[in-house]
Design a protein around this ligand. Structure first.
Ligand code: ZN
Length: 192
């Protein structure tokens, strides 16, 4: 058994031994949802003060408003009653370090983990790679304030999203732990 697998199972035993949340209802008690990045430094439960059962947290690379993120948000409201949404991108996001062409090129040569230095990304692993990387929009980020505003706009304009849901756009600062409001995004996400 891998070390990580052992550690996770041991941690879960401790968690379950003290678990007292078995009676929670399925719909989020505080009726809101957060879309944010999968970055390991971000802990939405801590930075937004969540307990089990409080809110939906939808995570992907970048916290982008992909079709699948919107699928989850629509379920979150339509079936589970959330009525305020946050889109939270963050400083120093890995999604700023590449673009669609770089990713497709890397994957075309090798599927192994690449490395990055001051000259950019390099494949150090073995082939073969795959051309499939060309067919994915990786939704990379150039500027967090712009990406969060773009995503709030996309969600706001979506045909399946009711106009009365406010969508708040923020950038989380990985150095300070603070949520920094993005005025253009807040504006774009206002409930109508
Ligand atoms: Zn990120």
């Amino acid at each position: 058994m891998s070390k990580i697998l052992q550690e996770v199972l041991a941690a879960n035993q401790n968690y379950a031994a003290r678990f007292d949340k078995g009676g929670l209802a399925l719909p989020p008690a505080r009726r809101f949802a957060i879309l944010t990045c999968m970055d390991a430094r971000l802990d939405p439960a801590k930075y937004a003060g969540l307990s089990e059962g409080d809110a939906h947290v939808i995570r992907n690379a970048g916290g982008r408003a992909s079709d699948d993120a919107i699928r989850s948000l629509v379920i979150s409201h339509k079936l589970l009653g959330t009525h305020e949404w946050f889109v939270i991108h963050h400083t120093d996001c890995g999604m700023e370090l590449f673009n669609n062409d770089i990713m497709a090129d890397l994957l075309s040569k090798s599927l192994d983990t690449a490395t990055i230095d001051e000259h950019g990304w390099h494949d150090v692993g073995a082939g073969p790679g795959s051309a499939e990387g060309r067919y994915i929009n990786w939704l990379t980020i150039k500027n967090q304030a712009e990406s969060v505003t773009e995503d709030v706009r996309r969600i706001r304009a979506h045909a399946l999203v009711p106009k009365h849901i406010p969508i708040y756009g923020f950038v989380y600062d990985v150095k300070s732990g603070k949520l920094v409001e993005v005025p253009e995004a807040i504006n774009a996400g206002r409930a109508i």
